[in-house]
Ligand binder design. Structure first.
Ligand code: PMP
Length: 390
């Protein structure tokens, strides 16, 4: 095992070492995290709508825990398919206006399971260069050819669609909002290309579910292209504040996945209490519009404050706001200095992002107040000047 020590030392030298840090909660302070002794404004969580500590969801989970026990005991195809699953899937299909839905243990397993069930040898997956790792891993697992197109570059995608015209099945897959850049995929153009080339289209709404659409359905609904999308996928770990993931689509798709998606077949069902908690969160995502409105107000304020401070954060409208720094070491120092200023942030480095584009990725929540965000932007400006990034 000596090779490991050496490679870890090389990673440390290149400022690429990662380690686990404890972050604790203070229930009375949503939007903050405690590291060591310090209370820090948490600008690095995906709890976009502020539901992760909601007392009503906690209570529903507690009640289900008492009536159903702590674990489901088996995979859903054995004896783990308890009543809360069916109720949730019916509600999900109604929410997405699809025929059927299927819950997965998490987004990683949903993406890897769905892609490897839809395509195999002799097929091709057209995947945006900045898609999430679980999409890349699902494609590798499927043994289909991976045709990566340049980020949001529809001309390059068209070139690849022509190149692989003769492949058996074709799947175009994209994040709706990209997790490290916060920009959106051109879903309308993708829908047109999918039709023209008779491909399947899969959209990952991990960072757009709950945030866009009248009832938080996601970006596909916001843009009116939902009926062109064959596979809607999203997670419950971000806007929903809980854990797990969904896939929505036709009844045929869901029947296929129940029979072919290996992470669903060969893994234990989520605990019923969690599934009941997700159902409650789904009610809130659909009906508590003020959370979405508050989040969008926070996004506009924070983005414009950083732009005014001199950072280039583009003109997107998602809660993911990156400051691209470039080299790994400066990004780590930047995040360390922000921590000194009372802000929890993470330096995102390769391989999560391309080499030379290390960044601080801020993410906002509906629980952050205007004052907290304006103060934070001011402190970020101070650190930017100190670190020579501005
Ligand atoms: N897709 C995207 C775009 C993501 O950002 C993530 C998680 N960061 C996932 C899928 C995986 O979801 P989960 O955390 O539920 O496994």
């Amino acid at each position: 095992m000596n090779w490991m020590e050496k490679e870890l030392a090389d990673m440390t030298d290149a400022s690429l070492m990662r380690s686990l840090r404890v972050n604790s909660l203070v229930l009375e302070c949503p939007g903050y995290t405690v590291r060591g002794e310090r209370l820090l404004l948490n600008l690095s969580s995906n709890d976009y709508l502020g539901l992760s500590q909601h007392p009503v969801i906690v209570e529903v989970m507690r009640e289900t825990l008492l009536s159903e026990g702590v674990g489901s005991g088996a995979s859903r195809l054995v004896t783990g398919n308890r009543a809360p699953y069916g109720r949730l899937e019916e509600a999900l299909a109604g929410w997405q206006n699809c025929e059927a839905a299927l819950v997965f243990a998490n987004g990683y397993m949903a993406n890897s399971g769905v892609i490897s069930a839809l395509v195999s040898r002799g097929d091709v997956v057209f995947s945006d260069q900045l898609n999430h790792a679980s999409i890349v891993d699902g494609t590798i697992l499927s043994r289909a050819e991976l045709a990566r197109y340049r980020h949001n570059d529809m001309e390059h995608l068209r070139f690849l669609l022509n190149k692989y015209r003769d492949k058996r099945r074709k799947l175009i897959v994209t994040d709706a909002v990209f997790s490290m850049d916060g920009d959106q995929a051109p879903l309308c153009e993708l829908a047109l290309l999918k039709r023209e080339y008779e491909a399947m289209l899969m959209v990952d709404e991990a960072h757009s579910g709950g945030i866009y659409g009248r009832r938080g359905e996601g970006l596909c609904h916001e843009l009116g292209v939902q009926d062109e999308v064959d596979v809607h996928m999203g997670t419950f770990s971000k806007s929903f504040g809980v854990y797990g993931a969904y896939v929505c689509g036709s009844r045929t798709l869901i029947r296929w996945l129940i029979n072919k998606a290996r992470p669903l077949i060969y893994s234990t069902a989520l605990p019923p209490s969690l599934v009941a908690g997700i159902s409650k969160a789904l009610d809130m995502v659909q009906t508590e519009h003020w959370r979405r409105e508050r989040l969008h107000e926070a996004i506009r304020l924070f983005r414009s404050s950083l732009n005014e401070a001199g950072f280039d954060v583009g003109n997107g409208d998602s809660p993911i706001v990156p400051i691209i720094i470039g080299d790994n070491d400066t990004a780590i120092r930047f995040s360390g200095a922000l921590e000194e200023e009372g802000i929890a942030s993470v330096a995102i480095r390769p391989p999560t992002v391309p080499a030379g584009t290390a960044r601080i990725r801020f993410s906002l929540s509906a629980v952050h107040s205007n004052k907290e965000l304006i103060d934070a932007a001011e402190r970020i400006r101070t650190v930017g000047l100190q670190q020579g990034v501005l």
